[in-house]
Design a binder for this molecule. Structure first.
Ligand code: 5IU
Length: 252
């Protein structure tokens, strides 16, 4: 059948980076491929959300540069919870500069991303060298952005093919964001997930978890507003977790 995919267990054999393997282990153990995007500007709100959804996710995606009251006590506490509840911390920094600058943005400044994040996102617009020599800790992985979820993006097939090639050749890359099937040696992350919405008026496009797995061959769904803005994030997260897991099992 056209939609068949390899299992997480089989995929784990093809992923060599320890963080990629760890993410798959968590997914199998907790039976969840849900990553929640906590796009919130107050640490209290993030911690409240995490207390509700921590058991249901394999990853928590952050934009630390939007947090008004960012502090190391917050990040240390979050790190502790992520270890206890078993989920990874993803910083959606979308590095997009030359290697030297990417490196500085990763290790220095207020947020010192490399001191706590398990995974960081990066564009490859500046070429393959831009994501080399970043001095990443051995237990930190990269997710490249080959194709975003927004409509009207400038990514054409040629760009995407080249971005995927760069991703495959860099041993620090555990996977990528794209809106299509990718090589089995990359984990595929799918933002722009919503049960009901198709498009928002700010340029993002949404698909259902079923479509993410059936059509795109996704491995992980990334859900933001649908969960953190819902009346009951705990129940809603459980709904997305179930939908993501069923969608995965149905294409096995
Ligand atoms: N995000 C996208 N699309 C992308 C990439 C990242 O939406 O292609 I790369 C981010 C933006 C936001 C989250 O932090 O994922 C999605 O949140 P919502 O589910 O609220 O749209």
């Amino acid at each position: 059948i056209q939609n068949k995919r390899i299992s997480y267990e089989e995929k784990k054999e093809k992923i060599f980076h320890p963080i990629g393997k760890k993410l798959i282990d968590i997914t199998l153990k907790k039976k969840t491929n849900l990553i929640v995007s906590a796009d919130l500007i107050d640490t209290k709100k993030i911690l409240k959300l995490v207390s509700l959804i921590g058991d249901r996710i394999c990853g928590l995606k952050l934009h630390v540069d939007i947090i008004n009251d960012f502090s190391y006590s917050f990040i240390n506490y979050l790190k502790k919870i992520s270890i206890e509840k078993k989920f990874l911390l993803l910083e959606d920094r979308k590095l997009c500069d030359v290697s030297t600058t990417n490196c500085l943005q990763l290790h220095y400044g207020i947020h010192k991303i490399s001191s706590w994040a398990d995974i960081v996102t990066a564009h490859v617009l500046a070429g393959s060298m831009s994501i080399q020599n970043l001095n990443l800790p051995s237990n930190m992985g990269l997710i490249t952005i080959s194709e975003m979820s927004s409509y009207g993006g400038l990514y054409d097939d040629n760009y995407i093919r080249k971005a995927l090639n760069i991703s495959l050749k860099n041993p620090k890359v555990i996977g990528t964001v794209a809106q299509r099937k990718v090589d089995d040696r990359l984990l595929l992350f799918t933002p722009g997930i919503h049960f009901y919405e198709k498009k928002n008026n700010l340029g993002n496009r949404y698909i259902h978890p079923v479509q993410a797995f059936e059509k795109n061959g996704s491995d992980f769904i990334i859900v933001g507003k649908a969960i953190f803005q819902s009346e009951n994030p705990k129940i809603t997260a459980e709904e997305y977790r179930n939908a993501g897991w069923k969608a995965y099992e149905n294409v096995l």
